[in-house]
Design a protein around this ligand. Sequence first.
Ligand code: BGC
Length: 703
Amino acid sequence: MPFDDFNTAKPDPAIEAEVDGLLQNLTLEEKVHMMSGHGFHYFFTQVDNRQFGQRAYAAGSGCERLGIEPLYFSDGPRGVRHKEATTCFPVPMARAATFDLDLEERIGKAMGIEARALGVTLSGSICINLLRHPGWGRAQETYGEDPYQLGEFGAALCRGVQSHNVIATVKHLAVNSVENTRFKIDVNVDERTLREVYLPHFKRTLDAGCGSVMSAYNKVNGEYCAHNRHLLTDILKGDWGFNGFVHSDWVLGVHGVDAAEAGLDIENPEGVKFGAKLVAAVNDGSVSAEAVDQAVRRILRTQMRFDRASDPREYSTEDLACEEHVALAREAAEKSIVLLKNDGVLPFDRERLSTLAVIGQLADVENLGDKGSSRVTPPYSVTILDGLRKLVGADVEILFDDGSDLERTAAVASKADAVLCVAGFTWKEEGEFIPGDEALDDTDPNRRSTSGGDRYHLRLTSEDEALIAKIGAAHGKVAVALVGGSAIMMNAWQDDVGAIAMTWYSGMEGGTAIARMLFGDCVPSGKLPFTVPKDEADLPFFDPTALEIEYGPLHGYTKLDAEGIEAAYPFGFGLSYSQFEYSAATVVHAGDEIVVEAVVTNSGSLRADEIAQCYVGFPGSEVGRPVKLLRGFDRITLDPGESVTASFTIAPRDLAYYDVGSKSWRIENIRYAFYVAGSSRTDGDRAAYLDAPSRWSDLSFRP
Ligand code: BGC
């Protein structure tokens, strides 16, 4: 990988020497110009339909006199945002459910190729904010609740995107997980929680060579992120040795020139607080010339390293949404579907079924995710109804009803051999919250805002719940396909239906994938990247109107584990049309490598994929560790009757906790437990144990 040492090795001395020369030559105004995006000009002169991101634009403005190109930015997490039609992949939360890092890296490569074809040199594709509460409006843009999984996915996407010499930016640093008040909210979080829960995935992505970081809008411990010296300078550039540059989030991300001293290198999308004000601040001594030089050094160093890497191929608009990329979108959609319940209803049998009722307006609409910054416009998209019709052709008659009239819908369902209900959300109920379009009514639990935002509760609308319960009670063969970006509570109707599958915002080929899964042409294999609790009250406190909030060390499965509460559908859970069995785990350590293994057997009758997961437990900890933490996962394909050994290699570093007193990562000299299982619902009897050798407590790690 061309950039994998970007943050772990010292910067190239030849490039540094060249930067020294440029810093001598550049005027203060030119330096500040490089630190200021130039996106407003583009917005007001070249934007169609008031949509930002119609083409790549300057997000760091370069220097024409010296031939230094601007950074050309485009989002985003589900494909390259542009007015040209590009590949629309399933949203990152769906891709997290695949637990397939190789696939994520291939998706990253496809995004890198499409970015290059459109002149993008800085890609806002890597969103890895931790899903502390599933109500977060932008949940769909990230990879779930677990820091280990977030880091592995961030690193995989980064490797892919950057393999085409596009600088990837990882966002939003940090602790950004309330949407509606994102411009103001102050998140209080203690240092240990920050280091152990909210930051490790950023470090992991940067250790994979990520060249850029986007600061978040919110405050952390009283300081806006773009002004947060502790985050940007002490941790990111200091402790972690990050060599790239930090730029702000858009429009309301920067509040004054002091951000430059705190460690912000570029204001985006326009130099409103930087620009002329920063020039004046340097001239009057309130911001040091050194801070400006440091920022410009970081920008130049990163640009030079990426510009000079040789391209692995040529790029053209023919690459946009090409066959190969669309096939990847379909592969991801298929692998992402999480089967949550199946009492023999799925797969539908084409031979025996003559009519299928498809209920719910969401079966018949393009539903690719929110319409905020991550919006992608593909050349076409396959709805669930399209996918089904195409797959079954004349074999099965499809009766569609949008579900708007309960009695009529029930009558349609009663004529069919089986029923599929499609329910969930669109860009109206969740997603990026665009101020100005707000139409929130906090008093109405079924509110449908016109512009996404956080969810006030995790249930479907009462209309959808009533519809599913009615059809479910009246018909013996009902499957529900849920559409959304995060956890949905199913208590009100789950017992009334025979099958439930989480199908996400599944991208341009989603309908094809979902139809294939329903009819058994592919076997569902996704697993939940978050916990669905039995009761929303089991989750951490969440309030979309909060201006201040406290984040503690526990959320998701770590919180439920600590409180001894069972989840309705645990993190890592998902059914298959086949079955899998796990042997007890074994653990050995050879030097400083821990190897955990278990035999996984496909005891069902179909060739299928299983996602084996490895968790580490800390039963004797005296420093207050979670009950267990994910430390590995592996997607394996097994024929019926086949067994393979799932093997996970864990480094001692992965056992460490952050010791605030010594400001370092330490390993407790205790007995560790290791579990290998098909979900986070691990079985204590099948664990393997390892006493940490005493010398591990003396190991020291990069912070
Ligand atoms: C979002 C970022 C995005 C930026 C540029 C902001 O509103 O928070 O994630 O990259 O817009 O589109």
